[in-house]
Design a protein around this ligand. Structure first.
Ligand code: ADP
Length: 404
C-alpha cells in the first residue's frame, strides 16, 4: 500500500522495522530481554509512521494500544507504565504537530487540536486501564495455575512416598516374620523333646503347661505363616495371565471339597469372565471367601452359596452370598483388618487374616471389596476387578517383578 500510494517514508519505516526484527531474531548472544526491547521499539516506530502517514485510515493508534498489551504480556508489569508514558509522549507530540500545523496533510485534514485531544486521551486511558488490569488478570490466572501445579506435584510426591513406605513395610513384615520362625521352631521342638524325654518324671500339671506352650507356639507359627502370605501378595505373586476365572473357581471348590461335601453345601456358580489377573492370588481370594461362607454357619444349617459376576464399564463386579450367621453392620469395615476376628478361636477356628488377604488381592487388581450383611441374615461379599488395571500398570509391574 505504501508503494502504491508512494508513501516512501512509511515504506522506509516498514523496511527498518522488518530489518530490526530479523536482526533481533538471528543475532547471537542477545539476551531475551534485549530482544523484547528491540522488538517493541521497532513496533513503536512503525506505529508512529503509520499514524503520521495514514492518520485514522491506518492502524497506528490501534498498534500503540496493542504494543502496550504486548509489553505487559512479555515484560515485567512496570514496563506497562513505561508504555503508557510513551503513548502519552507520542500523543502530545502529534498534538503539538497538529497545533502548529507541521503534522502530515492526512492528519491535519482529519484532526483539529480538540478532536485529536479527544482521540488520543481515549488511547491513553485505554493503555492505562490495560496497564492496571492485565497484570492482575494474569497474576490471578498464573497463581491459580501455579497452585494447581503445586498441588499436582505434592500429590505425586505423596503417592511416591506412600508406595515407598508400603514397600518398606512389606519388606519389614516379611523379614520379621521370616526371622521369628526359627526361634519359634526351637521353642516348639524343645518343648516336644521335654515332653517326650521326661514324660514319666513330669506330673499332669506340667504336661498341661507343655501342651499350652506348644499350642501357643503352633498358633504363632500359623499367624506368622499368614503374615508371610499377606506380605507375599504383590511381592511374589506378580505374574499376570489372561485367565478363565471359572477354572480358578473350580480349583478353589475342589480344594474345599471335603468341607463342602460334609456340610452338603449347595453352590450356585456364575459364568465368570476371562480376565488379566494374577491367577494364584485370585484362587486364594475365591477360596478364602468360600471357606468363610462354609465356616460361619449356624450348626446343622445347610450352606447355600451363590456367586455372581456382572460387567461394568471399567471393571467386573463379583459377589459371594451365603446364608450364614451374618455380620453386624458395626463390624463391616473392621473385618478386613489383619488379625481381626469376631469369634473366639475355640468356637470357630481361624486367625483373622483371610479377609485382610482378600482385600490386598482385590486392591492388587485395582478393585474394592466390601460386605453387605446383617446379623443372622447371611452375608454378601462384593468385590470389583478392574478390566484394564494391568494394561496400565504393565511397565510399573515389570519393574517390581525384576525387584522381586
Ligand atoms: P478368620 O475367618 O480367620 O477369622 P477372616 O479375616 O476371614 O478371618 O474373617 C474375619 C471375620 O469376619 C471372621 O472372624 C468372621 O467373624 C467374619 N466373617 C468373615 N466371613 C464371614 C461370613 N461369610 N459370614 C459371617 N461372618 C464372616
Amino acid at each position: 500500500m505504501a508503494l502504491k500510494e508512494s508513501l516512501w517514508g512509511l515504506l522506509f519505516s516498514d523496511f527498518i522495522t522488518i530489518g530490526i526484527i530479523i536482526a533481533t531474531a538471528f543475532a547471537p548472544r542477545l539476551s531475551v530481554f534485549t530482544r523484547k526491547i528491540l522488538f517493541n521499539s521497532a513496533l513503536y516506530s512503525t506505529s508512529v509512521a503509520l499514524l503520521y502517514y495514514l492518520g485514522s485510515n491506518g492502524p497506528g493508534l490501534l498498534y500503540l494500544l496493542a504494543i502496550t498489551i504486548f509489553i505487559l504480556l512479555s515484560l515485567d508489569k512496570r514496563f506497562g507504565y513505561v508504555a503508557v508514558a510513551l503513548n502519552t509522549i507520542i500523543c502530545i507530540g502529534f498534538c503539538i504537530a497538529i497545533y502548529y500545523g507541521f503534522a502530515s496533510p492526512v492528519l491535519l485534514n482529519e484532526y483539529q487540536f480538540d478532536s485529536w485531544i479527544g482521540v488520543s486521551s481515549n488511547l491513553i486511558f485505554l493503555s492505562a486501564v490495560s496497564a492496571l488490569l492485565i497484570p492482575r488478570l494474569f497474576n490471578g490466572l498464573q497463581s491459580a495455575i501455579d497452585k494447581q501445579n503445586h498441588l499436582g506435584e505434592e500429590l505425586e510426591k505423596s503417592v511416591t512416598d506412600l508406595n515407598a513406605k508400603n514397600k518398606e513395610l512389606e519388606q519389614f513384615t516379611y523379614t520379621i516374620s521370616h526371622d521369628l520362625k526359627e526361634p519359634l521352631r526351637m521353642v516348639h521342638s524343645f518343648m516336644k523333646l521335654l515332653k517326650n524325654k521326661y514324660r514319666k518324671q513330669l506330673d499332669e500339671k506340667a504336661h498341661e503347661y507343655i501342651y499350652y506352650a506348644m499350642d501357643g507356639a503352633q498358633r504363632m507359627q500359623a499367624n506368622i505363616d499368614d503374615l508371610l502370605e499377606y506380605s507375599r501378595i504383590g511381592r511374589k505373586y506378580t505374574s499376570v495371565e489372561h485367565t478363565d476365572l471359572n477354572a480358578l473357581l473350580d480349583i478353589a471348590i475342589q480344594n474345599l471339597q471335603a468341607d463342602i461335601q460334609e456340610q452338603q453345601t449347595n453352590i450356585t456358580p456364575a459364568d465368570l469372565p476371562t480376565l488379566n489377573v494374577v491367577p494364584v492370588a485370585l484362587k486364594i481370594l475365591f477360596q478364602n471367601l468360600l471357606s468363610n461362607a462354609l465356616k460361619y454357619q449356624q450348626d446343622d444349617n445347610q450352606p447355600n452359596i451363590e456367586i455372581s459376576a456382572e460387567e461394568e464399564s471399567t471393571s467386573w463386579l463379583f459377589s459371594f452370598s451365603d446364608n450364614g450367621i451374618g455380620i453386624d453392620p458395626e463390624y463391616h469395615e473392621q473385618i478386613f483388618s489383619i488379625f481381626k476376628r469376631l469369634h473366639p478361636r475355640e468356637e470357630i477356628p481361624g486367625n483373622g487374616m483371610g479377609l485382610a488377604i482378600c482385600k490386598k488381592i482385590v486392591e492388587q487388581h485395582g478393585g474394592k471389596i466390601w460386605v453387605e450383611s446383617k446379623s443372622q441374615q447371611g452375608s454378601t461379599f462384593y468385590f470389583t476387578i478392574s478390566k484394564h488395571y494391568f494394561d496400565k500398570n504393565d511397565e510399573k509391574r515389570g519393574k517390581n517383578h525384576l525387584q522381586d
